[in-house]
Design a binder for this molecule. Structure first.
Ligand SMILES: Cc1ncc(COP(=O)(O)O)c(C=O)c1O
Length: 364
């Protein structure tokens, strides 16, 4: 029953489960180790910090609505056409803008069973539905995604690497997926964790997107560049898509310090390399060590690992035990994985704290 005496949200809004971000506090622990949101545990690089601080003198001025300086820097860095870039308050906003631009009530988006939740929330807010392709092997395959596509599908989302599973799609799989889609369906390929991939059969989809009319590739400054708190992401889209999105994008959606810090971060190759090295050193070590404690660890191409326990109660027990040691990781029941915990790979000290706690937990 609607309450005619109070403003009612649009149909469907109150059915959306609010996004729950990674926890950042533990009662009684002054400085917990926060390994719950796949942030860069090295922090931002020195160059980005300096650029951020220098930008303070201009924060009374509205940002350049086209983010021209950042647009040019991203285009140069990745070899992309500047006019085809869409900047957002995080790549999350790029997904929301695409959903807002392309979905009408009754349409649907297709993504994997364990696909990133941000795609779904704004789809539902646009009164579209979400069709989930089964991921029995914790990976969204082209066949499973294509099987969900119907006449009302407007957007297919894949993340490669994917959060929270850590799986990825090969370049060949992405091509197969694209070839199987109608040309009026947008394929969004979320490459938030691209810089951490070492598998030789993964490729960025920028080249595939260049020659297509229906592919958007997204990237973020929140992971490798350590700028999650500044909220900057972008999409590389067909010109027509970029121009359509630009009509509804809020005029000043990327901030003055954000633009400056992101430009500096792109030029800080040493920080990017250190961030990659940290993950490439510790991802196999964490995987192996945790497996050694008797828990399943899914192979990960990102800056995190997904640990599978025997059941939800054991995952909850491990989570509580990690918390008692001042470590915050991410329960992923919201993704339908109540028996799993997602652990961001941190600095050496943080990783050792995780391993010590899990080894003690395993020993009972
Ligand atoms: C797969 C995936 N895509 C996108 C994002 C969001 O990135 P941003 O901070 O740019 O909104 C995340 C963040 O965790 C993610 O895991």
């Amino acid at each position: 029953m609607t309450d005619a005496t109070a403003p009612a949200p649009k149909p469907g809004i109150l059915d959306i489960a609010p996004y729950v971000g990674g926890k950042s506090r533990i009662e009684g622990v002054a400085e917990p180790m926060k390994l719950s949101s796949n942030e860069n545990m090295l922090g931002a690089g020195q160059k980005a910090r300096e650029a951020f601080e220098a930008a303070v003198r201009n924060i009374h001025i509205y940002p350049d609505g086209r983010a021209t300086k950042l647009r040019g820097a991203v285009a140069d860095h990745h070899g992309l056409e500047p006019e085809r870039l869409i900047f957002g308050n995080g790549s999350d906003e790029v997904f929301a803008l695409l959903n807002q631009t392309y979905l009408t009530p009754g349409d649907n988006i297709v993504t994997g069973q364990y696909g990133f939740l941000a795609y779904r929330i704004s789809a539902l807010a646009n009164q579209a539905s979400v069709k989930l392709a089964p991921e029995p092997q914790f990976k969204a395959t082209p066949e499973a995604l294509l099987a969900e596509v119907d006449e009302r599908t407007r957007i297919v989302y894949v993340s490669s690497p994917s959060n929270p599973t850590g799986s990825y799609n090969t370049a060949e799989e992405i091509r197969r997926l694209h070839e199987g889609l109608r040309p009026d369906i947008l394929l969004v390929i979320d490459e938030a964790y691209a810089e951490y991939v070492t598998e030789p059969d993964w490729e960025t989809s920028f080249p595939l997107a260049r020659d297509s009319e229906n592919i958007v590739v997204t990237r973020t400054f929140s992971k490798i560049h350590g700028l999650g708190g500044l909220r900057i992401g972008f999409g590389y889209a067909p010109l027509k898509v970029a121009e359509a999105v630009d009509r509804i994008r809020l005029p000043f959606n990327v901030s003055v310090p954000g633009i400056e810090a992101a430009v500096a971060a792109l030029g800080d190759e040493a920080h990017q390399q250190a961030s990659r090295d940290l993950i490439q050193t510790w991802r196999p070590r964490m995987t192996q060590a945790i497996r050694g404690f008797g828990f399943e660890v899914l192979p990960s191409a990102g800056n995190f690992v997904l640990v599978r326990f025997s059941d939800a109660a054991q995952a909850q027990g491990a989570n509580d035990y990690l918390n008692s040691k001042g470590v915050i990781v991410r329960p992923v029941g919201g993704y339908g994985l109540p028996d799993c915990l997602r652990i961001t790979i941190g600095t050496e000290d943080q990783n050792r704290a995780v391993l010590d706690a899990l080894s003690e937990f395993a020993a009972g």
